[in-house]
Ligand binder design. Structure first.
Ligand code: FES
Ligand SMILES: [Fe+2]
Length: 453
């Protein structure tokens, strides 16, 4: 198949133009070489804080983490921290995690459940929605100091398809106008029925965009993750651009890389995918070429047997990863069984560090024969009933995140890429059309930084 520079690869040529699988015709941004300072300069970092992070919608977490009134979790980004909580009166709200008295952080842990918030410094107390309940020894304050009844400041907060977004800009447009994806795109995956079964935060010695860039393309897979080539067609990936910096790549799974000569034999990786779909690989006599479709069929039949609803999902969605970029700093790997939500979060002070915050989400099924697929990489014994919320695991700079071979490979390489970006000889990236999502992402980012957004 000859490569078409206008359309790139298309996974399903027959997809109707109005289907979610169809190639998006959103225009690509002009071709130019971006400056490299954005990856390490402190001025850039500050501009990003002033013009991007404090003005755009950001994924703070998932609705399934807030089940009862009083449940809360914290979301930290750069120098800020927020408490996201479910209130009896106002639903989910986002509060700046700071006491108006002397600036103490109200909540110091990742999540929990409380009837109200009590500051650990001088015991001022606030309702879940941030309203002031009590000032300790209030008679010792001159009335004019506290006459405005200081409460916890709120950030904007809206939800979509089980995802909780916040925005620090009081004048920002509504979330629905910001989401550049077609209607139903996220909803079809039933993210609101999924639970966090693993949550990991690792710190990497690279800029957050060095991270985004690496996860927005599959061009590097043959070199960095060659073992993926037996289960993933890393080359014939459909890249789609959507408004507002959003994008998607459809990565065909249960298919061998077009770079591999032997397209017929079924090796260990594909056999494992067959078992994940409830099939017995020993009884399969066909070629690996047909396996993607065979697995789609098997998964559809198994879903009907196990009582889990796949009716919203196209065949391709049953095998492939729809890696979806939510501007500015999120990619969700969407799958029929669950999702892998990764956030690239800037360090509070160092442009050459970021936090890679990953949640594995799982949609529980009443039938115990419906098992978590191997490739999701959950540790042995993980509770997938949705009843317990796992603690966040954390790893620091230089430690392998222990998220499986592929991610450990990325974590080793990215700090080295970050160093190379500084070289006098490096004049900014040269992107192929396999990296078109990077062009789109950086063009949108430039819009914010240049004050056009
Ligand atoms: S800082 Fe919170 S009560 Fe004093
Ligand atoms: Fe990678």
């Amino acid at each position: 198949m000859a490569y078409n520079l206008q359309t790139g690869w298309v996974v399903n040529e027959q997809a109707p133009p109005d289907s979610l699988e169809a190639k998006s015709r959103h225009p690509a941004p002009p071709i130019r070489r971006i400056d490299k300072e954005r990856y390490f300069s402190r001025e850039w970092m500050q501009r990003e804080w002033d013009r991007l992070w404090t003005r755009t919608w950001l994924i703070a977490g998932v609705t399934s983490d807030l089940r009862e009134p009083g449940d809360y979790f914290t979301f930290d980004i750069g120098p800020e921290s927020f408490i996201i909580t479910l209130t009896p009166e106002d639903g989910i709200v986002a509060l700046y995690n700071v006491c108006p008295h002397r600036g103490n952080r109200l909540v110091h842990n990742d999540f929990g459940s409380l009837p109200n918030f009590t500051c650990s410094f001088h015991s001022w107390q606030f309702k879940l929605d941030g309203e002031l309940i009590r000032i300790t020894d209030e008679e010792t304050f001159r009335p004019e100091v506290v006459a405005h009844r200081p409460c916890l400041r709120r950030a904007r907060c809206e939800t979509r398809a089980g995802l909780i977004f916040i925005n620090m800009d009081e004048n920002a447009g509504p979330l629905d106008e910001f989401i550049g994806l077609p209607d139903g795109y996220l909803e079809h995956y039933h993210l609101d029925e999924m639970f966090v079964v693993r949550h990991h935060i690792s710190e990497w010695a690279a800029n957050w965009k060095t991270g985004v860039d690496a996860f927005y393309e599959t061009y590097h897979l043959h070199a960095v993750h060659p073992e993926t080539q037996t289960v993933m067609n890393d080359m014939q990936v459909q890249c789609d651009l959507y408004p507002n910096g959003f994008s998607r790549m459809i990565v065909p799974l249960a298919a061998k890389s077009a770079r591999v000569a032997d397209q017929d034999s079924v090796d260990a990786g594909l056999a494992s995918m067959m078992r994940d779909a409830g099939m017995d690989p020993d009884t399969y006599t066909g070629s690996a070429r047909e396996l993607r479709q065979v697995i789609q069929q098997a998964k559809r039949e198994r879903a009907a047997r196990c009582g889990i609803d796949y009716s919203d999902l196209l065949d391709g969605q049953l095998t492939d990863s729809w890696a979806t970029g939510i501007f500015p700093n999120v990619q969700i790997g969407l799958h029929a069984e669950g999702a892998f939500l990764m956030r690239f979060l800037p360090h509070p002070t160092d442009p050459e560090r970021f936090y890679y915050n990953t949640m594995t989400l799982w949609r529980p099924c009443p039938d115990p024969s419906y098992k978590v697929p191997d490739w999701m990489g959950l540790p042995e014994g993980t509770d997938v009933s949705g009843e317990t919320r796992p603690d966040i695991e954390r790893t620091g700079i230089g430690e392998p995140p222990n998220l499986g071979l592929v991610l450990d490979q990325d974590s080793e390489l990215l700090p080295i890429v970050q160093q190379g970006l500084h070289s006098r000889a490096f004049e900014g990236p040269l992107w192929s059309e396999q990296e078109i999502r990077l062009r789109h992402f950086h063009a949108e980012l430039d819009g914010y930084i240049n004050g056009e957004k």
